[in-house]
Design a protein. Structure first.
Length: 251
């Protein structure tokens, strides 16, 4: 069963369009594998917004693609949840965010997201002033982002933003973990029953650890955005020269 997946996007619309082009090239190259290759979905593992220059464009691109029937699955990441929380109440704080930070802190990149909607210099102005300008974010974008799932299961792969709580059944996983977890997930060597495909924790390049596959190659820091093809528990990095196998290694 073939699936495609794309790592954390973080407002990088041009990189996202390039990743989709690589996937379309792979569809064409492997079309002889049967109709499944033409219908394989693209799963985006979340963090659509923050840091990059065009979060609004990313949301519009993905939302419009789904509306015209593209087989695209879009998961919510922790940055997407923080954005939604800010839109509801700019004074709110995600319970899992470091209490010394706010979404507008430069480390998180919320200011760049608001800038993409035409709301300038948000981190240097009073929150009540910013609150009055939040109408620039279309209700359609808010509703669409809030409606996206936190996980997607397909074949031998489970797609989530951050990871899972090891040893906990999928039906008992909580959103806080699916969107925010690092440890004990990252260092857990056990077989989770599926290949967990995730982002959230930035690494230099997509890496297959045997029981999990991390796709966050740092697009939020203007490093490459990764697209992969997945069949069973095997994965290939998609490049302009075609598929490159991602050989499992240990954490």
């Amino acid at each position: 069963m073939l699936s495609y997946a794309i790592g954390d996007i973080h407002g990088q619309l041009e990189m996202l369009e390039t990743a989709h082009a690589l996937i379309e090239a792979d569809r064409a190259a492997h079309g002889s594998a049967g109709p499944e290759a033409l219908k394989a979905p693209i799963i985006h593992v979340g963090d659509l917004v923050d840091r990059g220059p065009d979060s609004a464009g990313v949301i519009d691109y993905l939302m419009t693609g789904q509306e015209r029937g593209e087989p695209w699955i879009v998961l919510r990441g922790n940055h997407d949840r923080m954005f939604l929380g800010f839109l509801k109440d700019p004074t709110s704080q995600d319970p899992l965010l470091n209490p010394n930070l706010t979404w507008l802190n430069s480390r998180l990149g919320g200011e760049a997201t608001l800038q993409s909607y035409g709301i300038a210099d948000a981190s240097s102005r009073p929150l009540e002033e910013i609150r009055k300008e939040l109408g620039a974010v279309p209700q359609a974008h808010r509703d669409w982002l809030a409606s996206q799932p936190a996980w997607h299961s397909r074949g031998e792969a489970l797609f989530v933003h951050a990871g899972i709580r090891p040893g906990v059944a999928l039906e008992d996983q909580v959103e806080d973990d699916l969107l925010w977890i690092r440890e004990p997930f990252l260092s857990d060597p056990r077989d989770h029953g599926v290949l967990v495909v995730h982002g959230h924790t930035k690494i230099d390049h997509a890496t297959h650890y045997g029981n999990r596959l991390n796709l966050d190659s740092g697009a939020g820091y203007f490093q490459p955005l990764t697209a992969v093809a997945i069949e069973g528990r095997s994965a290939w990095h998609l490049t302009p020269d075609g598929r490159v196998p991602l050989t499992p290694t240990r954490s």
